[in-house]
Design a protein around this ligand. Structure first.
Ligand SMILES: [Zn+2]
Length: 238
């Protein structure tokens, strides 16, 4: 546990401060602050994609990897205000592949294997992977949280999905879902893990928001608040 002293006291003001930071959150419900619990786990932040692998491309041509990284860095900085020092898998626009990976396919495979290894190397870790969604239909929008098939993942996903709806997207009725089999990282780790699709890059209105620093900050603040107030979790298994 790397957190500083007085974290419990700091948590008493977490939602108040986060509300000030994000400005105009809708229908914010102040949760009862639980005893520090999830914070005893080490949060691992993963900004999806990076480097040659830009992930999805937004309707204005912005790579998903860039928005993922911006949100992760803002989330890291907000958590630092509360003495939380997450492990951040990438802090630059890079792929984490081995140097002997040649093709883009090999690089992506190596990158994901290295991310999984980095997660597994953390004792007591909990993974939060940040991505952006895309879909052929431009009407789809709203954040969606997916969870790994590991203990504690579904509960964390429900906490985060609820926080996003309560604080930021009151009309978002999406429910947390099991992560699809195709997502390598969340199927090759043994600790609690969620993947947050923060919004749809294929929805013009939401894409405009997702490109702005203010909205990225709002998302980061909600994710930070959800983590800081997450209910008691079982002892970490990895
Ligand atoms: Zn992605």
């Amino acid at each position: 546990m790397k957190q500083g002293v007085c974290l419990a006291a700091a948590l008493l003001g977490v939602w108040g401060l986060l509300t000030l930071m994000v400005g105009h959150l809708n229908n914010l419900i102040v949760p009862v602050v639980q005893p520090v619990s999830a914070q005893e786990a080490i949060l691992i932040l993963d900004a999806g994609h990076g480097g040659e692998d830009g992930g999805a491309v937004s309707v204005t041509g912005v790579p998903e990897s860039r928005i993922n990284l911006e949100i992760v860095l803002k989330l890291r900085d907000i958590l630092a205000l509360y003495g939380v020092d997450p492990v951040v898998l990438r802090e630059e626009d890079v792929s984490l592949h081995d140097s002997d990976a040649a093709t883009l396919r090999e690089k992506k495979r190596s990158d994901l294997q290295n991310r999984a290894a980095a997660v597994e190397a953390v004792t007591g870790g909990t993974l939060m992977s940040i991505h952006q969604n895309s879909y052929p239909g431009r009407q789809y929008r709203g954040a969606q949280v997916f969870y790994a098939p590991t203990e504690g993942s579904q509960e964390l996903a429900e906490t985060v999905q609820t926080a996003l709806r309560t604080a930021l997207q009151p009309d978002n009725n999406r429910q947390p879902k099991p992560i699809p089999d195709s997502v390598y990282l969340l199927h090759h780790i043994s600790c609690p893990a969620i993947l947050v699709e923060c919004g749809f890059l294929t929805n013009p209105e939401e894409e405009t928001l997702l490109r702005t620093s203010d909205y990225q900050k709002q998302l980061a603040a909600v994710l930070a608040g959800a983590w800081l107030t997450a209910p008691q979790m079982e002892p970490p298994t990895c």
